[in-house]
Design a protein around this ligand. Structure first.
Ligand SMILES: [Zn+2]
Length: 227
């Protein structure tokens, strides 16, 4: 078994698509994986001209998120993973406020216990403010839980766009007493599955590949273990 393959693996995803973008190959190579998306909620409101409404063409937030949930369900079926969606809102629905990291951590603790997670893949939490928030919530898990083994993954394509933000986050984590070492043996690099999985997110594929271009093409899965 390679060091990123394990039964009862749970992957924490910031948005509906992040684990597909960052960990598709690893998800597919695990047995009975579960992917928990944190910011998968929708307010009961019309919210126009923000990311979810623009990309899905739906202004009523539950409809917009409904489209994105269906896309995620299809991607998870493709990867052989069970999807769990938490009801926290992404930043486009938060009017400038940030989600409460403690509340996210509390809910994740309950989910991980219910799933009997043995290995938990968490995002470094870089660049995008939602990713930073979820990354910080995940550090609380690392501090609180003795049971599961934690592995970190690089949020892609952000890590490829900004290697500096990866280095800055590693240094921040070092200051918190969490020293990360890149996992060397994740097997041959073949991101073909990432593109197939990400195409399940039909409303996101065009906007994301347009925005990130060569960085999307170049981004690879990258994992870190606590040393
Ligand atoms: Zn994201």
């Amino acid at each position: 078994m390679k060091s990123t393959e394990t039964p009862h693996a749970v992957f924490i995803s910031t948005h509906l698509d992040d684990v597909a973008l960052s960990c598709s190959r690893c998800v597919q190579n695990n047995r009975a994986p579960t992917v928990v998306t944190v910011l998968a909620g929708a307010p009961d409101a019309l919210v126009t001209n923000e990311w979810n409404s623009r990309t899905t063409g739906k202004d009523y937030a539950p409809d917009a998120i409904g489209v994105r949930l269906e896309e995620d369900a299809a991607a998870m079926r493709l990867l052989g993973a069970k999807a769990i969606w938490l009801g926290f809102l992404d930043k486009t629905y938060m009017s400038g406020e940030r989600q409460d990291e403690e509340a996210i951590a509390d809910e994740l603790v309950a989910v991980l216990a219910a799933q009997k997670a043995e290995t938990v893949f968490v995002p470094l939490g870089i660049v995008d403010s939602d990713h930073v928030t979820v990354g910080r919530a995940c550090i609380k898990l690392v501090m609180r839980l003795d049971g599961p083994r934690f592995l970190f993954y690089t949020d892609q394509p952000y890590g490829t766009v900004s290697p500096k933000s990866v280095a800055a986050r590693l240094s921040e984590l070092h200051d918190l007493g969490v020293n990360l070492q890149e996992v060397p043996s994740v097997g041959p690099v073949d991101d073909g599955i990432r593109d197939v999985a990400f195409r399940c997110y039909a409303t996101q594929y065009g906007p994301i590949t347009d925005e990130f271009g060569p960085s999307y093409d170049a981004s690879k899965e990258q994992y870190w273990q606590i040393s």
